[in-house]
Write a protein that binds this ligand. Structure first.
Ligand code: 13P
Length: 355
């Protein structure tokens, strides 16, 4: 054919663009966003340790069932990212959890990456594993009800981090993953996360995030990924966690400046991660981003883990009798982020668990 693209975009015998677009449409709704409940075994253990609960399979099932069955969760949540184990678990009545989600209008998805390892030849940088056998695994996840997938690459920030090799290698992996998903009819959530850890400035985060996004979209282009059939899940542009905080309006301005430069308008939706912000900060910043003036050709929503769950985890404490209180705490964060996603959040009284 001799075209200039390395791979034909969104074409191929195995790519069903219509199915991808339908799933994306179900993941974009005013007042709604995505719940990230896909903590890996190590991460959920750390979260449970923080509330003194043992991370057993049954405790993980009970906790995630509680989130998915919170009455009215579907009013503010349109998708949920599950961990592989959860795809095969059932609620108390024996209904598989992906089915429980779908019956509430919440599209089930699954984390498919296998976590990070050091990137050889690039001290301080990381790369994510899990491409081997991915196409085969996706068939199994689809049979269990998953309609979208998630893969996260992470970037440490330092004076010399991330290096050029990490920026290009991580982008290449994300693009390979995304193309494999699309060929399987599964919408890829593309998650390049520039970490908040450290004392860097918001300007440094902006510089790194912009370079990372340029590399990611160049790689998605090389691999012929259908941009209309992805969800982008990035970090907001923020100062490092050891740096003085920036006001939400400043975060919004810095974030939108970078995304306008680096994210094509063909991308339907940007669903931010919360990435170590407090629950309230992640809501305030999402609101400021949506309330800001200027061009915003994408939906700007949330795909929060800690931002949605931290107050619920604290309220639950591993006790069945606290399930209703935990559900109420989760639903309140979901509702407030749903408002922020539309630029309609009006603040809230301070509570220790949310702050
Ligand atoms: P946080 O919102 O807690 O950063 O988690 C989102 C996520 O899915 C990270 O991969």
């Amino acid at each position: 054919m001799g075209g200039i693209a390395a791979a034909p975009r969104g074409q191929g015998d195995r790519m069903d663009a219509g199915a991808l677009r339908r799933t994306v449409a179900d993941l974009i709704a005013p007042g709604k966003g995505i719940l990230a409940a896909d903590e890996s075994s190590g991460t959920i253990k750390r979260r449970f340790d923080s509330i003194g609960v043992e991370s057993t399979e049954e405790n993980r099932r009970a906790y995630r069932t509680l989130l998915l069955t919170a009455p009215g969760a579907g009013d503010s949540i349109c998708g949920v990212i599950l961990f592989e184990e959860t795809l095969g678990q059932c609620d108390d009545a024996g209904v598989p959890l992906p089915e429980v989600a779908a019956s509430r209008g919440i599209v089930p998805g699954v984390k498919v990456d296998k976590g990070t390892v050091p990137l050889a030849g690039a001290p301080g940088d990381l790369i994510t594993e899990g491409l081997d056998g991915l196409a085969g695994r996706l068939e199994g996840y689809k049979a269990q009800g998953a309609r979208f997938a998630k893969w996260r690459e992470v970037y440490n920030v330092g004076d010399a981090l991330p290096g050029a090799l990490a920026v290009s290698a991580n982008a290449e992996v994300l693009a390979r993953y995304a193309r494999v998903c699309q060929e399987a009819g599964v919408v890829p959530i593309v998650e390049p996360e520039v970490l908040m850890d450290g004392g860097h400035s918001i300007e440094r985060c902006a510089e790194v995030t912009e370079a990372v996004l340029h590399a990611v979209f160049a790689a998605l282009d090389r691999h012929g990924v259908l941009l209309e059939g992805i969800v982008l899940k990035p970090n907001m542009v923020l100062p490092g966690s050891e740096h003085e905080k920036a006001a939400p309006e400043r975060v919004a301005e810095a974030t939108l400046t970078v995304f306008r430069r680096a994210v094509p308008a063909a991308v339907p939706t940007i669903n931010f991660l919360s990435g170590g912000q407090s629950a309230v900060e992640s809501t305030e910043n999402l609101h400021a981003i949506n309330a800001a003036s200027g061009p915003k050709p994408w939906a700007l929503s949330f795909s929060y883990g800690r931002g949605l769950q931290a107050p619920a985890l604290a309220a639950w404490g591993g006790r069945a009798e606290n399930a209703a209180a935990a559900q109420a705490a989760f639903l309140e964060r979901a509702r407030l982020n749903g408002l922020a996603r539309d630029g309609r959040y009006e603040g809230e009284p301070a509570t220790p668990a949310a702050g």
